[in-house]
Design a protein around this ligand. Structure first.
Ligand code: GDP
Length: 180
């Protein structure tokens, strides 16, 4: 279809995990080493999935504390969330579930399409060691009924996949973009 469907998503998670970096990498295809922390940014990007065109409105919650989170007003209309943690920061992993619960609560929903994003995988050591293992991340995502994608905003690994998976979850599409 030629009609572009408007979908709003939010990128959430602890401070410093790379929410802005992932958003900028996704929307503008570059990595900014020191993106100055703003309160909140709105971005728009076109996405084609199978036969469908989407206009994504991306709400990046940069610079916000995980407890104040996103203000309720900016969450209005959000259809899915990417919860980002850093694989080299265990504390950011440990609040993933809390962040999800809080957003679901604020929106007055039972649940919301979610992708858990493990960022900064370029900082794993040569033996593949990191503070949070891939297995732990995948297990948590499974427990939450969420998708799981490992990313590096710095090296542009997994970034398109994270957003693609989220939109597929929102739309109930399979990997080919067909309605299931
Ligand atoms: P936010 O507070 O969650 O929006 O985090 P930022 O996007 O501001 O990133 C925090 C810091 O981590 C910045 O210094 C980024 O350059 C850095 N960073 C973000 N993503 C990555 C990544 O994938 N790999 C590495 N090595 N650093 C990253």
């Amino acid at each position: 279809s030629e009609v572009s469907k408007h979908r709003k998503i939010a990128i959430v998670g602890a401070r410093n995990v790379g929410k802005s970096s992932l958003t900028v990498q996704y929307v503008e295809s570059h990595f900014v080493e020191s993106y100055y922390p703003t309160i909140e940014n709105q971005f728009t990007k076109q996405l084609v999935l199978g036969k469908n065109n989407y206009t994504l409105e991306i709400c990046d919650t940069a610079g916000q504390d995980e407890f104040s989170l996103v203000n309720t007003k900016s969450l209005i209309g959000v259809k899915g969330i990417a919860i980002v943690y850093s694989c080299v920061n265990r504390a950011s992993f440990e609040i993933v579930e809390l962040v999800r619960d809080k957003i679901v609560d604020q929106l007055g929903l039972e649940t919301i399409p979610t992708v858990v994003v493990a960022n900064k995988i370029d900082l794993r050591d040569a033996q593949g060691h990191s503070e949070v293992s891939q297995e732990e991340g995948a297990a948590l995502a499974k427990e939450l009924g969420a998708g799981f994608v490992e990313c590096s905003a710095k090296q542009n690994v997994g970034v398109d996949e994270a957003v693609g998976q989220l939109v597929m979850r929102i739309e109930g599409l399979d990997a080919k973009g067909d309605a299931s």
